[in-house]
Design a protein around this ligand. Structure first.
Ligand SMILES: NC(=O)C1=CN([C@@H]2O[C@H](COP(=O)(O)OP(=O)(O)OC[C@H]3O[C@@H](n4cnc5c(N)ncnc54)[C@H](OP(=O)(O)O)[C@@H]3O)[C@@H](O)[C@H]2O)C=CC1
Ligand SMILES: O=C(CO)COP(=O)(O)O
Length: 316
C-alpha cells in the first residue's frame, strides 16, 4: 500500500525521510520546485537529504496513495479538510498533529471524523523531534486507531527499522496526551526562562501531568495511555529540551521576550482551548489556566507564579 504525506513542514518532511518511498505534498508550488531541485528542505530540516524514493508535488490530484498522513498544524486541519476533504474521502487518514481545535474542542482524529464522517482515521503521535526522525535515530511512537485491524495494518506499514510504532486503540487518550503535553512544555519553558530553577520545572511537570490525567480521564481516556509514549513520554521530551518550540516559546515568555510568530507552537492555542474545556467540565487545571492567561497577555509571569503559589494547600 502506498503512502502520501500532506504538509512539507518539519514533521512531514522528517516522516518522508524515515519512510523513504512516499509522495510528499506541499501547498506552495515554489516550495515543491525547491524541494525537488535541492532534494532537501533547507528551511525546516537543513542538511538532511530527501531519499530518492520521495516524490514531491503541490498538486493534490497527483496524490493517489491509500494511506495519507496529515502533517499540518492542528488549527489548520479543519479548514484544510473542508477545502480538500472530498479528494481524500476514500483514504486511510493518519493525523500527525498535536492539539485541540479551538472551536470544536476536539483533537485531530475528532476533526477528521467531524468533516469526513465515513473516513477511516488514525493518529500518529508521541515523543519525536523531526530532526531525530529524519536522521534515522531510534524513535518510538504511538499509532492510535479505534479499528483494531486498521491500526495493525498501519502499524506494520508505517514502522521502519528505527521508527517503532506501538499500537493503541485509545484514540482520545493519545490525542489528549500529545495535545496537553505542549501546554505543560510552555509552562516548563516559562519556569526556566524566568530563572525559577529546575526543581520548579519538575514540580510543574508532575502537577501538569496530574492535570493531563484529570482532563483525559474525565473525557474517557485510559490511564495507561497517558502514562505511555503519547503522554508521559512526550511530556518528558518536550519539557526537557530546547529543541522544543513549545518549550522555547515558554522560555521567551518567561524572559519577557518576543517569539517568532511564524513558528508553529501548538500549545498556545491548545492552552486556550483546554482552559475553556476544563471550565466547562468543572475541572481544576491551574497550570493550564495560567499558561492560557500568559499566552493571551492577561497576566504577567510574576502574577501567574504568585497565583499558583497562593493556592490552598492540598493532598497530592
Ligand atoms: N516538528 C516536530 O518535531 C514534530 C511536530 N509534530 C506535529 O506535527 C504538526 C506539524 O508540525 P511541523 O511540521 O513541525 O510544523 P511546521 O511549521 O514545520 O510545518 C507546518 C506545515 O503545514 C503546512 N500548512 C499550514 N497550514 C496549511 C494549510 N492550511 N494547508 C496546507 N498546508 C498547510 C505548512 O505549509 P506552508 O509552509 O506553506 O505554510 C507547513 O508545510 C504539529 O501539530 C506538530 O505538533 C509532531 C511531532 C514532532
Ligand atoms: O511534539 C514534539 C516532540 O514530540 C515537537 O515539539 P515542539 O512542537 O514543541 O517542537
Amino acid at each position: 500500500m502506498s503512502v502520501a504525506i500532506l504538509g512539507a513542514g518539519a514533521f512531514g518532511t522528517a516522516l518522508a525521510c524515515a519512510l523513504g518511498d512516499v509522495t510528499l505534498w506541499c501547498r506552495d508550488p515554489a516550495q515543491a520546485e525547491a524541494l525537488q531541485s535541492k532534494r532537501e528542505n533547507a528551511a525546516k530540516l537543513p542538511g538532511v537529504p530527501l531519499p530518492e524514493g520521495v516524490s514531491i508535488t503541490s498538486d493534490l490530484g497527483q496524490v493517489s496513495a491509500e494511506t495519507v498522513l496529515l502533517a499540518i498544524p492542528m488549527q489548520q486541519t479543519r479548514p484544510f479538510l473542508k477545502t480538500h476533504g472530498a479528494a481524500l474521502r476514500d483514504r486511510q487518514l493518519v493525523a500527525c498533529s498535536k492539539g485541540v481545535d479551538l472551536e470544536l474542542m476536539i483533537g485531530p482524529v475528532g476533526v477528521i471524523q467531524s468533516v469526513l464522517p465515513d473516513a477511516q482515521a488514525a493518529l500518529l503521535t508521541g515523543p519525536s523531534f523531526a530532526d531525530d526522525i529524519a536522521r534515522g535515530l531510534p524513535t518510538a511512537l504511538t499509532l492510535a486507531c479505534a479499528d483494531r485491524a486498521l491500526g495493525m495494518a498501519l502499524q506494520e506499514q508505517l514502522s521502519t527499522s528505527h521508527l517503532r510504532l506501538y499500537r493503541n486503540d485509545d484514540v482520545i487518550g493519545a490525542e489528549l496526551g500529545g495535545a496537553l503535553k505542549n501546554v505543560i512544555a510552555i509552562a516548563a519553558g516559562v519556569t526556566i526562562g524566568a530563572g525559577l530553577g529546575e526543581s520548579a520545572r519538575a514540580a510543574l511537570m508532575a502537577r501538569g501531568y496530574a492535570e493531563m490525567q484529570r482532563l483525559a480521564l474525565s473525557l474517557g481516556a485510559q490511564p495507561d495511555t497517558l502514562a505511555g509514549l503519547s503522554g508521559l513520554g512526550d511530556l518528558i521530551l518536550t519539557c526537557g529540551s530546547e529543541k522544543s518550540r513549545n518549550f522555547r516559546y515558554g522560555a521567551a515568555l518567561g524572559r519577557g521576550e518576543a517569539f517568532d510568530s511564524a513558528t508553529t507552537v501548538e500549545g498556545a492555542a491548545t492552552a486556550r482551548a483546554v482552559a475553556k474545556l476544563a471550565k466547562s467540565q468543572g475541572l481544576d487545571m491551574p497550570v493550564t489556566r495560567m499558561v492560557a492567561a500568559l499566552v493571551e497577555g492577561l497576566i504577567t509571569m510574576p502574577e501567574a507564579l504568585a497565583a499558583l503559589l497562593a493556592r490552598p494547600l492540598t493532598d497530592e
